[in-house]
Ligand binder design. Structure first.
Ligand code: PBG
Length: 321
């Protein structure tokens, strides 16, 4: 017998040496929630271990992430007041923009400070864009808001804007606004292939979403693989510096397609429901928590992700040291 694949599995050292993929702290991005007016961190019941930060706990968590070598943080704001146009998103004193300034100062260049660019946290109807007179999503009016939001975030010091609203033309619109204002170094992450997913469930609690109904007229249909590649290609053509596939675990085929075709880095978002499932099963003693976490993120990297947004970023980075 010549072919004995088991030779390379014989010892821990041999397995380590011959591993095709591995996790690294720099490839991990920590999503964080900052709640306006909070004096203490507020737990999110459907995401055990994740909180809505106060500004103080936020600073400590950034220091911890940076010390662990995490590559970046992605910020989401939880405002006290919402309205139809999501005005808190473009207010320099809005919670996300305030938190961004705090993060940039706290991080001191040790990791990349990134911001979610989407209106849903700030609108009273909970949609990612603004509505027209008939209550339908107004794509092009939403782009006008995104342009202003991009400038507010870039002014606050965000280094990379995560365009997660799934409006057509959003990358081109934001790139144009940034160039016009001289923000030529602000990078754009296009949430290119973002699917209308049940796995965002716990996130809705995390940001206290006001959404009724769903996002199926703008987020993608989970049935579609080819269309995922089309969205990736459009975002790259519009000037995205990085593209995203989201969620991760149920869309590894789309991720592999994107990784094979994309000329820019491809990231994946291990979303709130993916986190919650593993935490819940582990809490019941049904799976080995650490092994399941490592395997889930490694699988996302193996499928082609250059970096992974995961709520376990700091914890995993700590294990890797
Ligand atoms: C939209 C946004 C969502 C998530 C990230 N950005 C919610 C949605 O599209 O409904 C979900 C992330 C997660 O579930 O962890 N701003």
């Amino acid at each position: 017998m010549i072919d004995r694949p088991r030779r390379l599995r014989a010892t821990p050292a041999m397995r380590r040496l011959t591993a095709e993929h591995r996790l690294h702290p720099a490839d991990l991005i920590l999503p964080m929630f900052i709640r306006e007016g909070a004096s203490e961190p507020v737990p999110i019941s459907s995401m055990p271990g994740v909180v809505q930060h106060s500004l103080d706990s936020f600073k400590r968590a950034i220091t911890d992430a940076a010390a662990a070598g995490v590559g970046g943080i992605m910020l989401f704001g939880v405002p006290e007041h919402k309205d139809a146009t999501g005005s808190g998103a473009t207010d320099p004193g809005g919670i996300l923009n305030v938190a961004t300034r705090v993060a940039v100062a706290e991080a001191g260049g040790a990791l990349v400070v990134q911001t979610d660019l989407c209106l849903d946290e700030f609108t009273d109807h909970g949609h990612c864009g603004v509505l027209d007179a008939d209550g339908r999503i107004d794509n092009d009016a939403s782009l006008v808001r995104y342009r202003d939001m991009a400038l507010a975030q870039a002014d606050a010091g965000s280094e990379l804007l995560g365009l997660s609203g799934m409006m057509d033309g959003q990358v081109a619109a934001v790139r144009d606004a940034l160039e016009e204002a001289g923000h030529t170094d602000t990078a754009i992450l296009g949430y290119a292939a973002k699917y209308a997913s049940a796995f965002y469930g716990p996130f809705r609690e995390a940001v206290q979403s006001s959404l009724e109904g769903d996002r199926r007229t703008y987020q993608m249909d989970p049935a579609n693989r080819r269309e995922g590649l089309r969205e990736i290609e459009l975002d790259v053509a519009e000037g995205a510096d990085v593209v995203m596939v989201k969620p991760a675990m149920s869309y590894l085929d789309v991720l592999a397609d994107a990784a094979a075709a994309s000329p820019v880095p491809v990231w994946a978002y291990q979303v709130s429901g993916e986190y919650a499932m593993i935490e819940a099963a582990a809490a019941h003693g049904w799976i080995d928590r650490r092994r399941a976490i490592e395997e889930s993120v490694l699988g996302i990297k193996r499928a082609g992700a250059d970096a992974v947004l995961t709520y376990w970023a700091t914890e995993i980075a700590g294990w890797l040291r």
